[in-house]
Design a protein around this ligand. Structure first.
Ligand SMILES: Nc1ncnc2c1ncn2[C@@H]1O[C@H](COP(=O)(O)OP(=O)(O)OP(=O)(O)O)[C@@H](O)[C@H]1O
Ligand SMILES: [Mg+2]
Length: 311
């Protein structure tokens, strides 16, 4: 798979904060999530990629073109960007605003009106087209921001926290759009707080913590941090079970007496068989087996134990 964006020793220094060094790449026609807790540097990295932050060290390349070079304006045309923008200064109708912006962005005048109509209908703003955007609710403003991101039909879509301020109905619509864009060989970069919401569409992850890159790889590679919760339908000796699993290199975590469950970390799918082996040997009925969502906390724990094992 071809790399479309590269960070080459990217480093941004603020007085009190260092973001980077970041060395990683983003693949074309994939959905990449930029993940990290609040304040870890996601927006700063995206703003640098978009050219809104200019004084950083290292390089950002898009299709091989250096972010700092003059040819860069050409690349910007291919990028659609979503962020939460407030329109309270704009006292114009939603339709007029989109028309002006579209023409400013260089969209083809012939079909621009049709495009605006289609997108306003898609995001349920067509009825409100003649209202001033100043008066729009937060949800409506966010949908305007979504239109601004998609109307260029960009090759690269960058979305900073698209889930915030949108309910599950709209989040699902965005999800479907992104799946559609990927099919058209387009590249998507998205930042999120809550991975669970979109984990099913993410191909690759870049995880940063406190400005440092802690993980860079595919969803499958991230899966080694997956944990499963085994619910058993009868009382069982959790110490015996743990010991059995440890002999196969499987780590067990929390035993919950009330739920009668045990959490285990599975590093490859074959290890799951050993869970069953124990249950069969001890004639224990399985009640449920649940894959726990991967969150920042679980990633941190996994990375810490990996460090300990290496040291
Ligand atoms: N202009 C600036 N001057 C000084 N420090 C800044 C500036 N912009 C960002 N920072 C610092 O850089 C760090 C990263 O901020 P950033 O907004 O990128 O975080 P984030 O990962 O997007 O967080 P969130 O998930 O809350 O959006 C923060 O500690 C912030 O204080
Ligand atoms: Mg941010």
């Amino acid at each position: 798979m071809e790399d479309i964006i590269q960070f080459d020793n990217y480093l941004k220094k603020f007085k009190k904060k260092l973001i980077g060094p970041l060395n990683c790449s983003i693949k074309k026609a994939r959905i990449t999530a930029l993940l990290g807790s609040s304040g870890s540097g996601k927006t700063v990295i995206l703003n640098s990629l978009l050219g809104m932050i200019k004084n950083f060290n290292g390089k950002i390349l898009v299709e091989g073109i250096n972010r700092k070079s003059l040819k860069y304006f050409k690349v910007n045309k291919k990028i659609g960007y979503y962020t939460q923008m407030d329109f309270s200064l704009y006292n114009v109708s939603a339709y007029k605003f989109l028309l002006d912006i579209s023409i400013m962005m260089g969209l083809n005048k012939k079909n621009v009106r049709m495009k605006i109509e289609n997108w306003m209908k898609y995001f349920d703003l067509w009825e409100a087209r003649n209202k001033s955007i100043k008066s729009f609710s937060w949800g409506m403003k966010n949908r305007m921001n979504l239109i601004l991101c998609f109307i260029k039909d960009p090759e690269i879509i960058i979305m900073d926290e698209p889930g915030a301020n949108l309910d599950s109905y709209w989040r699902n619509k965005i999800k479907n759009l992104l799946i559609e864009y990927k099919k058209q060989n387009k590249t998507v970069i998205i930042t999120v707080h809550n991975i669970d919401e979109i984990a099913d569409i993410i191909d690759d992850y870049i995880i940063i913590d406190n400005g440092e890159n802690v993980f860079n790889g595919s969803a499958e590679e991230l899966d080694i941090y997956a944990k499963y919760k085994v619910y058993i339908n009868e009382r069982f000796n959790h110490k015996n079970f743990r010991f059995f699993l440890s002999e196969y290199g499987i780590k067990a975590f929390k035993f919950d007496r009330d739920e009668n469950s045990l959490v285990v970390a599975i590093e490859n799918f074959k290890q799951i068989n050993f869970l069953f082996l124990y249950l069969i040997k001890n004639n224990l009925p399985l009640k449920n087996l649940v894959k726990l969502p991967i969150n920042m906390e679980s990633i941190h724990k996994a990375l810490e134990s990996k460090k300990l094992m290496q040291s």
